[in-house]
Design a protein around this ligand. Structure first.
Ligand SMILES: [Zn+2]
Length: 245
């Protein structure tokens, strides 16, 4: 099947095609901008003629994508943008953002296929859309914090007076032990759920032991024996960078 490569359309400098045969029913084209590879997955039973036609039909689109993506400098930050125009990180996974038709009210939802669908009127301005995003992301956090509180409060025997959300530049969470109020950094909605859990448990431990004393870490160890892994993971994340987008 090596001869099949003659079907490949020309590609911009540095880009390569990669053809794989799989037990699938349809042809798929995937673009890996970081490796500059276009991967074509084709059914193993496909005839060369059908494959050629399918590739030809896609060639203009492929060329356009490769040219556009080839000019984008690779980010030096190993973390993807928490949110941009075409994707959003939610619970540690980068999810494509799809614009759906407006049925009734503007809204955002996460589909079972892990896509985010946003429905807004065509005259919706950027500021209103930002507000909608913030409200939605906060609702995801609030919902999960509630579940975590129901899990941890009875185990730890503590109950904060309230848990509030805030975008913070320097901390993942904080606890006012006098009024028993916990603040959680709203950025945590973008990261793996276990990191939110770690931050919340850390702040709940402060209700038992206000300072970062030996006893504090002993309690931490009891409830979350792998807390150090979570902590070092959070330390790797540039919080300021998360907030810049
Ligand atoms: Zn602390």
């Amino acid at each position: 099947m090596q001869g099949i490569r003659r079907f490949f359309p020309a590609s911009p400098k540095g880009w390569e095609y990669d053809l794989v045969y799989k037990r699938i029913r349809h042809i798929y084209f995937r673009i890996y901008p970081d490796k500059k590879i276009v991967r074509i997955s084709a059914p193993s039973q496909i005839t060369p003629q059908t494959l050629e036609r399918a590739i030809q039909a896609k060639s203009a689109w492929l060329m356009e994508k490769m040219n556009a993506l080839g000019n984008v400098p690779l980010p030096s930050n190993p973390w993807p943008a928490m949110k941009d125009s075409c994707s959003c990180m939610v619970w540690g996974r980068q999810r494509p953002v799809v614009r759906g038709a407006l049925n009734s009210r503007p809204g955002i939802c996460l589909t079972t296929e892990s896509e985010i669908i946003i429905r807004v009127p065509s005259d919706f301005d950027a500021k209103k859309e930002e507000t909608l995003w913030n409200r939605w992301l906060r609702s995801l956090l609030t919902e999960r914090i509630q579940i975590l509180l129901e899990k941890w409060q009875p185990v730890m025997g503590v109950e904060p007076s309230e848990v509030r959300l805030k975008k913070m530049k320097t901390r993942w969470g904080s606890c006012n032990t006098i009024v028993r109020r916990i603040w959680i950094n709203a950025v945590l909605v973008h990261l793996e759920p276990c990191l939110l859990e770690y931050v919340l448990v850390h702040e709940l431990v402060h209700l038992l032991e206000p300072g970062h004393t030996k006893r504090f870490y002993q309690i931490m160890e009891t409830y979350l024996p792998d807390w150090k892994i979570k902590e070092s993971r959070l330390n790797q994340i540039a919080l300021r960078q998360c907030l810049s987008n």
